[in-house]
Design a protein around this ligand. Structure first.
Ligand SMILES: [Zn+2]
Length: 159
């Protein structure tokens, strides 16, 4: 399926205008169930798509602040990697439904390139903060759980 259809927190028109990263468009998705990318034509936009076992993908559109990434070292909420200045960004996701149309957002600190899943598999354990004893598969499972929890927050009805 077109992953744009998975986006839950924007209008159909906005979703149809989302630009896929070349590797996403090519269907070259990484192992694991979390896919993120920055919009190649709209640098302030990003997308995070989570596929739970046996379910259709669910994705959220994210917006990055115009000022860029966090100025100091910061930890990604998704892959829990601590990275240097600019490499982590505080993204905002509009809440799904009426709350989002009113302007409610949920924030998440994430790797600026949103490439956590591929990075989690590829990066040597020494550069990953607190779980040096865990395998890439275990880290990827934990990443999928945290990303799923974030998407669930975006979908939750605002109080
Ligand atoms: Zn990350």
């Amino acid at each position: 399926m077109d992953v744009r259809r998975a986006l839950v927190n924007c209008s159909r028109g906005e979703a149809s205008r989302a630009n896929l990263a070349p590797w996403v468009a090519a269907g070259d998705l990484p192992a694991g169930d979390v896919v993120g990318w920055r919009d190649p034509k709209a640098p302030e936009r990003g997308y995070l798509v989570v596929t739970a076992e046996g379910r259709d993908p669910v994705g959220v559109a994210l917006r990055a602040p115009s000022g860029g990434g966090v100025r100091g070292a910061a930890m990604c909420d998704l892959c829990r990697t601590t990275r240097g200045p600019g490499d982590v960004t505080l993204f905002a996701a509009a809440r799904a439904g009426a709350a989002g149309r009113r302007g409610d957002t949920v924030g998440v600190y994430a790797c600026s390139d949103l490439d956590c899943a591929r990075a989690t598999l590829a990066r040597p354990s020494a550069s990953l903060r607190p779980d040096p004893g865990r395998t890439p598969e275990e880290r990827l499972a934990a990443l999928a759980e945290r990303a799923g929890a974030f998407v669930a927050t975006v979908l939750a009805t605002a109080p």
